[in-house]
Design a protein around this ligand. Structure first.
Ligand SMILES: *Cc1c(COP(=O)(O)O)cnc(C)c1O
Length: 369
């Protein structure tokens, strides 16, 4: 059996008439950049998410950058974030001229270890960017408490966690803003790059919209030098067609995760991902830990036609981009040790029980059970 790591084809076949129609309409109307289809999606996403504003931007990386800039974060400032994420989380901090300050991750849930945040706060700290990694909410209530105590902004990187919940509240709605990626493989994915910012802050929303459109909110006038990071019409209609399905797809991912975990939980040396009790995990990724021999297992699965991946092969502080900071493995021991243990198994709503069975029985075979 051949099991790809992600499968965007099956979903397209399911939605094909709607997607094709919608894209044709954008072309007929030549409504390519921003415009009515983008506004329609922004409104639909804000409604579905339960927020006052959604600002579509070109990608999930810019979403973070735009918010940081509009909060006034720049050179001399520090922004605290997690040691394990996709580089967007920290590179956007650097793009503003500020310094990313990394915090190690929690052993179980692999998100920012909130107990270590306070000791990283300095006079220059302006914000915290927790990431709801793999679709599992970070301990966001504690992050908010610390931010309140020290008067810091919280920007939630929810690129992997559309509609995930913590204590019954959606991630991305705790901080001053939440940011999303609609990269094709994300839980809600466009057919190219796309992203969004959500916020209840009217003025921040206005500024983000203005900054991401060349610093302009009025034709012919530019309040400041901005950037060009606009959502385009074709991406917006794809997202509008998909949006009504997101909760069902998240549920299917969750159910698939339960099936994986049920079959993996008794295998020695294989640690399935635990779900935080008060959280609604949306399983963008299903990441197991292999205590010993992760690379060997990955090859074994590849030979059986099962594609897996690693998120991420190196934790952020250990990337070449941060070599000049001189971090040691002992600075982030959890993130460091897990680099060689984590393995992302195929995860999408369309996985079948047979596919899950094939993956898990192959893992059993490798372990020799
Ligand atoms: C995908 C992702 C982003 C960035 O999204 P792009 O749309 O690819 O720019 C940011 N943060 C995390 C955690 C991501 O997974």
């Amino acid at each position: 059996m051949n099991i790809p790591f992600v499968d965007l084809q099956t979903q397209y076949e399911f939605l094909q008439p709607d997607i094709d129609d919608a894209m044709q309409r954008v072309i007929d109307d030549t409504a390519f950049v921003r415009g009515p289809y983008v506004s329609d999606f922004e409104e639909a996403y804000a409604d579905a998410y339960g927020v006052d504003h959604c600002i579509g931007v070109a990608n999930g990386t810019d979403a973070i950058y735009v918010v940081l800039r509009m909060l006034g974060i720049g050179p001399e400032d520090e922004v605290i974030t997690t040691a394990n994420s996709w580089i967007s989380t920290s590179e956007t901090i650097g793009q503003t001229g500020a310094t990313p300050v990394f915090v190690d991750v929690e052993p179980d849930y692999y998100n920012i270890d909130v107990d270590q945040i306070e000791r990283k706060i300095s006079e220059d700290t302006k914000a915290i960017i927790p990431v709801h990694l793999y679709g599992q909410p970070a301990e966001i209530d504690k992050v908010m408490e610390i931010a309140d105590d020290y008067d810091l902004y919280v920007i939630e990187d929810a690129a992997q966690a559309h509609f995930a919940e913590y204590d019954g509240k959606r991630v991305g709605t705790f901080g001053i803003a939440g940011t999303f990626s609609f990269y094709p493989g994300k839980n809600l994915g466009a057919y190219g790059d796309a992203g969004a910012i959500v916020t209840d802050d009217d003025e921040l929303a206005r500024q983000c919209r203005m900054f991401s459109d060349h610093g302009s909110s009025e034709k012919g006038e530019h309040e400041i030098e901005g950037i060009n990071s606009r959502l385009d019409g074709l991406q917006a209609v794809v997202l509008s067609v998909k949006l009504p399905h997101i909760l069902g797809w998240n549920q299917a991912r969750y159910d698939n995760a339960q099936k994986y975990t049920e079959r993996l939980k008794d295998i020695p040396g294989i640690i399935p991902p635990p779900v935080r009790p008060n959280a609604r995990h949306v399983f963008h990724l299903y990441v197991i830990r292999v205590e010993d021999g992760r690379d060997e297992l990955q090859n074994f699965l590849e030979n059986r036609g099962i594609s897996t991946s690693i998120h991420y092969p190196k934790a952020l502080p250990f990337l070449k981009a941060y070599e000049h900071r001189g971090f040691q493995s002992s600075d982030f021991p959890v993130a460091y040790n897990y680099q060689d243990q984590i393995l992302s198994l195929p995860m999408y709503p369309e996985l079948t029980e047979d596919m899950i069975e094939y993956v898990t029985s192959s893992i059993r075979d490798w372990v020799g059970m």
